[in-house]
Design a protein around this ligand. Structure first.
Ligand SMILES: NC(=O)c1ccc[n+]([C@@H]2O[C@H](COP(=O)([O-])OP(=O)(O)OC[C@H]3O[C@@H](n4cnc5c(N)ncnc54)[C@H](O)[C@@H]3O)[C@@H](O)[C@H]2O)c1
Ligand SMILES: O=C(O)C(=O)C[C@]1(C(=O)O)C=C[C@@H](O)C=C1
Length: 378
């Protein structure tokens, strides 16, 4: 081992590290992939479902898997709770009944923090330290099939230690999380929920409401769906997120969300007034202000809407073209994460959307496809 991770084995008193992941889905699976195969590390996955445990091992995401919380938790140095927000407290309660390894670190990846941090304080009575966590990266996809070694790379990873959290435990967790290549940010759990409510939960709700509004119009005229391409697609990717994961997040953060909805309604009302009054300068000013703030967002950072790098390719309408493009990319060792035909443009035979998890892959793919005379748009 070398460089920034050379102090890794100092994370425990012996050179073996057991990491238990409860819920090996998109986030749990991505964490497992970051830890698995590192020297001395054993990653055990937990699922309530025996067929899922078999799948985790068969896909090579974990070293072993079990349906027993007790077996997964036994002697574990780090325990990651990666289940839906609505189940986090149940897992804390189960762990609180078990003989956990002294000084072990229990953390979670839930999209809300205040309630679980408060609830998990009880783990200290078992000699464990709870530190709330939230990797600010994700996808509209879910399940272990969507897990990726690179998901958290360059993303922010929020930790919410309290004043009672031993600093050496925070330090230990931070050192472990270096394997994810995410950037750690520490904040208070309540502040986390306010801010993440605004920059993540509200956009998900708006995307869903917008899609449902348009779907309603589409019921009486199919042209809505057929013409909905550029802007609509950009702002609504996250509307395809997992319904149960988001049910739990929004219910858990409901007080914050109710205030944010009211503020959103005021923003829309402001637009309504500007339009009623025919105030063109006022409308333009709204766009100027938004553009200015948006231009200051971190570029191509994982997390929020930009976690996937995409390009669009005009494709002639003949059988085999999709396979041909996928093969060209594969032969050039470019990792394609998704490929989708979009039938929204009437003027060209078809448009293929290619998605990548690395900006590098996107750049290589556009260069390659352009060199092969394809029309590529960003
Ligand atoms: N999806 C995202 O973009 C994202 C990003 C950051 C954090 N998170 C948080 O990560 C956690 C997991 O989300 P995910 O996107 O990985 O979801 P996922 O559906 O991909 O994975 C959830 C895991 O929990 C298990 N699970 C589901 N319901 C369960 C239940 N009732 N009891 C026990 N286990 C159950 C599933 O088998 C799966 O292994 C959530 O708390 C979510 O808020 C999600
Ligand atoms: O990129 C996405 O699909 C996401 O929704 C990721 C996202 C976000 O809103 O930024 C979603 C939920 C999380 O808790 C953290 C990250």
């Amino acid at each position: 081992m070398s460089g920034e991770f050379s102090d890794f084995t100092a994370l425990t008193n012996d050179s073996r590290i057991k990491i238990a992941i409860f819920g090996v889905g998109l986030i749990g699976g991505s964490l497992a992939l970051c830890f698995k195969g590192k020297p001395g590390v054993h990653v055990v996955g937990h699922s309530v479902n025996p067929s899922s445990t078999e799948k985790y091992v068969a896909r090579g995401v974990v070293d072993s898997a079990t349906t027993s919380v007790e077996e997964a938790a036994k002697d574990a140095d780090f325990l990651f709770l990666c289940v839906p927000v609505g189940r986090l407290e149940d897992y804390v309660d189960e762990l609180a009944k078990l003989p956990l390894k002294r000084g072990c670190i229990v953390t979670d990846v839930g999209s809300t923090k205040a309630s679980v941090v408060k609830h998990a304080a009880k783990l200290s009575a078992r000699g464990a330290v709870f530190i709330g966590g939230h990797p600010m990266a994700g996808s509209e996809r879910s399940g272990v099939e969507a897990a990726s070694l690179h998901l958290l790379e360059n993303a922010f990873y929020v930790l919410t230690p309290t004043e009672d959290t031993p600093p050496e435990s925070v330090d230990k967790l931070e050192r472990l999380l270096k394997w994810t290549r995410a950037h750690i940010v520490k904040t208070d759990a309540v502040q986390h929920d306010d801010i993440v409510g605004a920059i993540s939960h509200l956009p998900h709700m708006i995307a869903v409401a917008l899609v449902n509004q348009i779907a309603g119009y589409n019921d009486s005229n199919e042209l809505y769906r057929r013409l909905a391409a550029g802007g609509f697609r950009d702002i609504t990717r996250i509307a395809s997120s997992d319904p149960l994961i988001w049910r739990d997040i929004l219910l858990n953060n409901r007080e914050v969300m109710l205030k944010l909805i009211r503020d959103w309604q005021s923003e829309m009302e402001r637009f309504a007034v500007l339009l009623e009054e025919g105030d063109g300068e006022g409308v333009a000013e709204q766009f100027r202000r938004a553009g200015q703030f948006r231009s200051q967002l971190p570029e191509r950072r994982k997390g929020m809407i930009t976690s996937i790098y995409e390009c669009y390719v005009d494709v002639p309408d003949h059988p085999g073209i999709i396979g041909k493009i996928a093969t060209e990319l594969g032969q050039a060792k470019i990792n394609l994460s998704n490929l989708q035909i979009i039938e929204s443009r009437e003027d060209v035979p078809g448009v293929l959307r290619l998605s990548f998890q690395q900006s590098d892959d996107l750049d290589k793919a556009t260069d390659l496809l352009k060199s092969l005379q394809y029309d590529v748009h960003m």
